[in-house]
Ligand binder design. Sequence first.
Ligand SMILES: C[S@@+](CC[C@H](N)C(=O)[O-])C[C@H]1O[C@@H](n2cnc3c(N)ncnc32)[C@H](O)[C@@H]1O
Length: 424
Amino acid sequence: MSKAWPCPGCPTGGIGLGLICPVLLQVLVYDLLFGKGLKCGGRWKVLVLKHRARLQAELARLKVRKKVSCNDDLLTPTEGSIQASQVPRYVRVNTLKTCMDDVVDYFKRQGYSYLGRATRMEELSSLSGKQFLLDPHLQELLVFPPQTDFHENRLYVAGHIILQDKASCLPAFLLNPPSGSHVIDACAAPGNKTSHMAAVLKNKGQIFAFDLDPKRLATMSTLLMRAGATCYELANQDFLAVDPSDPKYSNVTDILLDPSCSGSGMVNRLPVEESAPSPARLRALAAFQRKALGHALRFPALQRLAYSTCSVYQEENEDVVRDVLQEHGAAFRLVNVLSDWPHRGLATFPGAECCLRACPTTTLTNGFFVAVLERQQESKDQGSSSSLPAEAEVDGGVERSQHGAETGLHMPCKKRRKKRRRVK
Ligand SMILES: C[S@@+](CC[C@H](N)C(=O)[O-])C[C@H]1O[C@@H](n2cnc3c(N)ncnc32)[C@H](O)[C@@H]1O
């Protein structure tokens, strides 16, 4: 029988089972079977290696018994990992570098089979193998089965496709600034939404992008370069300290505000991040979000703003929008976007259903929230305007198409305009 070897810091008192410290034994067996092999030397390594064949055979037997082929599948799934396994792989086609037809052709040549445009969400959840679809809501978004990995794909490396969750594509898609606009991305890094907005603008106009975190800005700079975006200016600056009366921003008509949040909607969060934020943290986040939204509405030429979070909490979503709209009186109102979107804002105040929510079960995405606010046009007859949700399509003389509202998906602008006139 082996001697007892003292092991400092061992919870068993350093002696374990009279053979070897059990905690250390677990570490050694883990390194041998799942890690990078045994790094330590000496007699403990010799002891464990003596049993290597037997340990490996036991692991193989366990996988057969559990009917799994890889080690990761032995882990007990957490709620997050179950949800992550339901969310498809979304691929945004970067129209600054390529076009939808070329990307579809490329994947077909790679052996994928293209099923055309989906009309129902169920089609997205039943994708399997090498099938892919065009998303029913976003015309530049392809949908592949969950867990499809394109991080090594040529098109991804060249910036022709962007791996971006569908929900995270909503803010730029719904803001939809006309080409040539001046836009602020208030909390911008690492920049997927900025690159999407550059694509919406067709690289014409100006995006002023701010972020407090220099490391995230450095990543963002690389990402934007890879995406071929050119119409932007990055600033390592506190958005709350940006002066709305600075002439530099006098033509800013659109703001995308995606502030720091609890991240509670992200299905791929690490287990350590999964616990709910404390009430104090939620209050602090919501206070910042309210401040940032209130600040954004002070830009004098602002017409339209998209506020978004990847949080599931009402405190960071509907409550923030309600409080700030109340503060700003009748100057701004909510726009009723994507009327066929299945998951709406919680009905906590009149008009909250104009906001969009997203989650793995209802929209097959990460948990997300978006609200689009629009400046109220002064009514010539009445002097003040209604606080009802907006449905207008024309902003300051620049026509802005509204996505999928009321009349079904992606109807050409003219048709939508006709129908809206009829509605009015
Ligand atoms: C949710 S992330 C933004 C993600 C980004 N919109 C995207 O799509 O890639 C929030 C960002 O806000 C930044 N941030 C936090 N407080 C800020 C402030 N006062 N001014 C500017 N940026 C801020 C954080 O550094 C973080 O990068």
